[in-house]
Design a protein around this ligand. Structure first.
Ligand SMILES: [Mg+2]
Length: 187
């Protein structure tokens, strides 16, 4: 099992100008590492939509890498997005499924299929070819550079230990953060 916080620190250490979209139990810990215009906390919005949002960004801005840090419960809410990602492959899109087995920010209720569902199999079944499951720190260090490389889209499942992050509270409303992202992208 991985430590979510250690994984985020390592990802941050290699991050340059990638857009990083965060959700739920990852949003606050990532914001403590980086909270600029290219860090988009996909909260106060429909749960599960972050991979579709990231795909749209990646298709619209092929010169930019987009890293979406999604949850396991969030991924289950919009499983069809995996199919859309395969149908419209974006070389510059990375989806990380942070698998802790629970809806962490609302009190760690188990997700449907906790311990049964295999996200790598789901992603491959959707037609995605570059899929990785990471279970320990050694695997994580070996796979870390792939989080910044094509060919994409790539999907990683980080199998993390449980934690107790509360509901994230971004520094500004989503409308303001969306405006800042657009400005940072020169639009
Ligand atoms: Mg979860």
């Amino acid at each position: 099992m991985l430590d979510k916080y250690a994984c985020l620190r390592k990802l941050f250490s290699l991050r340059r100008d990638e857009i990083v979209v965060t959700t739920m139990s990852v949003a606050a810990p990532w914001a403590r590492l980086s909270d600029g215009p290219l860090d988009f906390a996909m909260v106060e919005s429909s749960m599960g939509q972050a991979p579709a949002f990231g795909l749209g960004l990646a298709l619209a801005r092929p010169e930019r890498r987009v890293i979406v840090l999604n949850g396991d419960g969030s991924t289950l809410m919009c499983l069809g997005t995996l199919v859309t990602m395969a149908q419209n492959p974006a070389d510059n899109l990375i989806l990380v499924i942070v698998e802790n087995g629970t809806y962490e920010v609302t009190g760690n209720q188990p997700i449907p299929g906790a311990g049964l569902v295999d996200f790598e199999t789901l992603a491959r079944g959707a037609g995605l070819a570059h899929v990785h499951t990471i279970e320990d720190a050694g695997d994580f260090d070996a796979c870390l550079p792939l989080h910044f490389k094509g060919p994409g889209p790539r999907v990683f499942t980080w199998k993390v230990r449980g934690a107790e992050e509360p509901v994230p509270k971004p520094r500004a409303y989503i409308r303001q953060r969306a405006l800042e992202l657009r400005q940072a992208l020169g639009q």
